[in-house]
Design a protein around this ligand. Structure first.
Ligand code: HAM
Length: 414
């Protein structure tokens, strides 16, 4: 029977797994500097948590959730994102009362039943951070700068920062109404637009099929109430003050319903159609809607696979795992235990003058030629050969795998 990884999932080996770890580690260091603390939530939650927070009429809820029933008939969902889970945890642990201005971050697997393509998977990794309890534009600006810092730590400097404001409960209804009137006057809308016109008219703004037809489409900016306008202006002033170049993008509406005011997306030209490296925004009503105290929040999540793809374009991977590879070979089969003991000593203590080594071997039942071929294959720079004649004098043979020269060296000198 042939098994394959489920469609849209992928196995991560070697340098790519290392890249993911480095990204998570760098993000963690930056989050901690900004005073964020880590939270780990379950991979599955009550399905209705996501339906209520992300919104019934969103793609994620309508078609992308992995929903299943457990043995007691509870309807659960694999998490499609981390924001809703964190809000649930924040309220459940009553942090809305004891720690209303908390800063939290998370990382882990997310699941969405999307059509797989480069940069879009059904199981993917996200790293996210959420700043609870601040209405201040400086919280929005800090979150945007946090993402830029994480990207920059991975060597990704050339990004496009798109920002927009979606207003609040006071000013958005009139914009929505005006949009519906506008879109109703347009002929030949695609099926998705016709459906969303009833359920989620803002989403028509980012329709890939119809967007060319939308000339002089109303802009949220013209409908923002004074408070939202001031908030958005301040966010822009703050990110400008730290030299962040950005684009105000009236078409940026995001695919999740919980946003209020600031939304943003950070895109890379180095990627194809799936060019959003990270996205986020403010959601001031969600904690209250899910039963907590009125607590404003702003946050983001980045897609780790996409960030790693962009990092690869910037040459970041060439800086990873610079360890020198050393292979331990045996010319005589019965020297395996001496060679094994030496390899463990080498792993623990390194070579004299070089601790950054990776040790391979010894292996038994292979000819010396086969062992040297393997050493070449893994890119070893040195092979240390245990042979009876030399070992009798307390020496081993050190073969330079690049110029193929070989010298007998006292073990104690290595
Ligand atoms: P999102 O835009 O749905 O937002 O996802 C954030 C990032 O996750 C995207 O920009 C992308 O890099 C990555 N991503 C999303 N879907 C996939 C996929 N199928 N395959 C690979 N990568 C993907 C959220 O999830 C919000 N929770 C962000 C947020 C946090 N807003 C406020 N706080």
């Amino acid at each position: 029977m042939n098994y394959k990884a489920p469609r849209g999932t992928h196995d991560i080996f070697g340098i790519n797994a290392l890249g993911l770890n480095v990204l998570e580690q760098k993000a963690r260091q930056i989050f901690i500097k900004h005073g964020f603390e880590e939270v780990r939530t379950p991979i599955f939650e009550d399905a209705s948590l996501f339906t209520r927070s992300i919104g019934e009429a969103t793609d994620i809820v309508e078609k992308e959730m992995y929903i299943f029933e457990d043995r007691k008939g509870r309807k659960l969902a694999l998490r499609p994102e981390g924001t809703a889970s964190l809000v649930r945890a924040y309220i459940e642990h009553r942090l809305d009362i004891s720690f209303p201005s908390g800063k939290f971050f998370y990382s882990g697997e997310m699941f969405r039943y999307e059509r797989p393509q480069a940069g879009r998977y059904r199981q993917f990794y996200q790293i996210g951070a959420e700043f609870y309890g601040s209405l201040s534009p400086s919280a929005d600006a800090e979150i945007i700068m946090l993402v830029c810092d994480v990207l920059s730590s991975m060597g990704i400097e050339k990004v496009n920062v798109h920002v927009n404001s979606l207003g609040c409960q006071k000013c958005r209804p009139l914009f929505r109404e005006t949009l519906v009137k506008y879109f109703t006057s347009i002929d030949d809308l695609c099926q998705d637009c016709l459906r969303r016109l009833q359920t989620n008219p803002l989403r028509l703004l980012d329709c890939k099929i119809d967007s060319d037809k939308f000339i002089n489409v109303p802009k949220m900016n013209d409908f923002l109430c004074d408070d939202c306008k001031e908030h958005f202006n301040l966010v822009q002033n703050l990110i400008r003050s730290v030299n962040c170049t950005y684009i105000v993008d009236p078409k940026l509406v995001r695919g999740l319903d919980y946003y209020t005011r600031t939304v943003f997306e950070i895109r890379s030209n180095a990627l194809g159609a799936q060019d959003a490296l990270a996205a986020g925004g403010r959601y001031d009503n969600l904690v209250k809607e899910l039963g907590g105290q009125d607590t404003p929040v702003v946050g983001f999540a980045l897609g780790s696979e996409r960030v790693l793809m962009a990092a690869q374009h910037s040459g970041f991977f060439s800086t990873l795992n610079k360890n020198e590879k050393v292979f331990i070979a045996i010319a005589d089969q019965d020297l395996i235990s001496e060679a094994f003991a030496f390899s463990i000593k080498l792993i623990r203590n390194g070579l004299k003058g070089n601790n950054d080594i990776s040790v391979f071997g010894p292996v038994d039942n292979k000819s010396l030629t086969a062992q040297l071929r393997f050493a070449d294959k893994i890119g070893a720079s040195k092979t240390i050969i245990f042979a009876k004649a030399e070992l009798g004098e307390g020496k081993v043979l050190v073969k330079n795998m690049i110029d193929k020269t070989q010298n007998a060296v006292f073990i104690g000198q290595l």
